[in-house]
Design a protein around this ligand. Sequence first.
Ligand code: 6R9
Length: 638
Amino acid sequence: MPQHPRIRSVEEYQQAYQRSVQDPDAFWAEVAEPFTWRRKWTSVRGGAFSPEGRSTWFDGARLNITENCLDRHLAQRGNKLALIWEPNDPKQRHLRLTYRELHQEVCRFANVLHNLGVEKGDRVCLYMPMIPQLAIAVLACARVGAIHSVVFAGFSSTAIADRVNDAEAVFVITADGLNRGPKQIPVKRVVDEALAHCPSVRKVLVVEHLGWPVYMHEGRDVWYHEEAEGVAKTCPAEEMEAEDPLFILYTSGSTGKPKGVVHSTAGYMVWADYTFRNVFQVEENDVYWCTADVGWVTGHSYLLYGPLLAGSTSLMFEGVPTYPDAGRFWEVIDKHSVSIFYTAPTAIRSLMAAPLDNVLSYSLDSLRVLGSVGEPINEEAWHWYHTHVGKERCPIVDTWWQTETGGIMLSALAGITPSKPAHAGLPLPGVEPVLLTQEGQEIEGNDQEGYLAIKASWPAVIRTTWGDHERAEQTYFKPYPGYYFTGDGARRDPDGLYRIIGRVDDVINVSGHRFGTAEIENAINQNPHVVESAVVGFPHDVKGQGIYAYVILQGGVTAKDTDKAHIEASVIETVVAEIGKIARPDKIQIVSGLPKTRSGKIMRRILRKVAEGETSNLGDTTTLLDPAVVDEIIGGRK
Ligand code: 6R9
């Protein structure tokens, strides 16, 4: 049996990297070999990495990803833990599922989906708490060949409806409610509100979690536990084409409408597995914990698919870092002897703010490797993580990637390639990063800064945006033909390590979650008091970036202070209803006008500077239609 290739030294990294660039077909054929294929590929790399085309990987191959996540481990690892579930409430019992048990649960869930009429290619939307049934349901979709579209369970009913309608989903899986720290949220009710606007949905499958009574829509809604009664725990896996879509995941771009990023089956599988094993340097007995919600791409690739493909034990946590107190993460690590821990800078910063005792009272002896993802990690947070969590013993991997890249692109390999605070590091084998000037010239040499782009296809590159291929072309491949454009700015240090500076487009990164400024503006503009708005990011101690909204009111700024407070609250309410609490503006400033050029374009540069408090250096303002507006904005700064 061929083994999955593992890099174990800097020399091996260099060799693998060289080979991956010089002979990608041979390199990736070797990486793909050990998986379970129903039929082998006819070509490794194909299609076109260009604005008009789309890449293909392992074309002609047939497989089912769940056979690779589950079935093929049964002989060797049937009794090994696949999933450990830690509940929101530490007093409640945790749950453990072996590979054999998870396989049975996924098969049973898949049979229920079949029985309810879900077919290959159908889109299934999941709006679920972080419970084992979410993992099971995702895999069950993949088992029957349905395309899953997980919507983070913090999004509003409007956001669900938009996503369900865009994907024309026929089926929704949800639960009665969810726990988030001290709060309980009736998710089924949110789904019901959404589905009033979703004609494509035929059935809703409800998982019982809180034991709450919920309204069941006659003929549409069914309980999972009732449907699953007496249903078989074996289920043949649907045979999929390599390029069949595995999932859609919506993400924000610089325009108002979130786009459905589509990933294919084989390329994504190979990438998730290869990057997981190598970046985290996973060993057989590791207990691995990724704190991301399955509603984000990190939860897809590094809580579910990557770890299960590699036959690892993956921990899933229902709760939040600060409940019941700021020691919860560390308690869970000690309790389950977690050896690899992967979290986000925003979580680290929020825990840094708590008294140090919260972390010092746990041993954390089991930890071996630490990871960070989602946004740039500032040096202070890096050092705190390294000193107090890793006890200066654990390498940190700062992993840069995106929903669209499917998996990690730039990162240290734990303990092998260099790890430098605030730097993602070197590219993984198969990744050819470049820095471009604004005009699209490649910037040679080290100690340089530019727009980060990727020069050649890799197995998990985004295939399309659901229902609108043109949009994928416009966003990723047309800005600089021949390259995949990331939307990030980066610096290459004297040793060739990459440091991500931040977005160069109108996207803000709040606690590691992306929002298009236009998307938030669209939401704000739904408020009846508002005529126009402009949203920018500003530095925020915990969230990385906060949301700063400038709004122009119906009837001008004449409102009294009490009215203003009321209007601000109402604007926040609108954003929460349109998108969800995660997109709630941190600051709202009521203004009488926005700085616009003579051609009517909002000068966001100025709004950003004001929001950042850099009012002394606003740059060139000569093209402004009405420069007086700027003084008013500076004067009213929040
Ligand atoms: C995986 C994920 C992608 C954007 C990306 C960048 C930022 C992610 C980062 C990072 C600096 C890191 N980002 N990881 N910035 N260092 N290690 O987060 O995907 O939600 O699509 O966000 O997040 O700006 O472009 P996604």
